[in-house]
Design a protein around this ligand. Structure first.
Ligand code: IMP
Ligand code: MG
Length: 181
């Protein structure tokens, strides 16, 4: 396993190895299975593209209840900083009216994205909206929306890997790396 990598102009070092990521996802999946098994109507998982692709894939494999999958694409980041302004780049392809929805995010940082997304989905008529994230920057997140299922809490650092990018590179790394400053 390579411990240091370079993407564009920046260096990153190993931060969370894949086996830790996978066991954190095991735990979230077990909680979701307990909460959603036996429901009459299958919930809709909303994968927030592109960052959440790997998290969504790994989590879904572990779910033992029926669930539909939809994807949405939003954008708030440029380089290593959040702009605080969230744009919808690709919308949902089906109605979520009356459905229970579980948002699957790669990372919650300032919470601007998740706040916008939760109100967007409520406006589209979701019966309920739960939020799951692979990573939570706990010290930065100060909003009121509960993050129901958090796999891993991290300090306020810029990270890449397991779906997360630095200017579109690094998503394919199976471990998570932190910016080496
Ligand atoms: P928020 O709106 O500030 O919560 O930012 C959420 C989005 O910014 C995430 O869905 C990611 O796409 C991106 N993001 C936040 N922190 C990082 C990071 O450390 N590395 C890569 N992308 C990040
Ligand atoms: Mg994202």
């Amino acid at each position: 396993m390579e411990r240091k990598i370079k993407l564009h102009d920046k260096s990153f070092r190993l931060f969370i190895p894949n086996d830790e990521i996978e066991s954190a996802i095991d735990k979230v999946a077990a909680r979701m299975n307990a909460d959603f098994s036996g429901k009459e109507q299958p919930p809709i998982l909303v994968c927030v593209l592109n960052g959440s692709i790997l998290y969504t894939a790994e989590l879904m494999k572990r779910l033992d209840f029926d669930a539909e999958l939809l994807s949405i694409r939003l954008s708030s980041y440029e380089g290593t900083n959040s702009t605080g302004f969230v744009r919808e780049v690709m919308g949902l392809s089906r109605s979520i009216e009356g459905k229970e929805v579980i948002i699957l995010e790669d990372i919650v940082d300032t919470g601007a994205t998740i706040e916008t997304l939760v109100s967007m989905l409520m406006e589209k008529g979701a019966a309920s909206v739960k939020v799951s994230t692979l990573l939570l920057k706990k010290e930065v997140y100060k909003r009121d929306i509960p993050i129901d299922y958090v796999a891993i809490e991290i300090p306020t650092r810029f990270i890449v890997g397991f779906g997360l990018d630095y200017n579109e590179l690094g998503r394919n790394l199976k471990d998570i790396y932190v910016l080496d400053e």
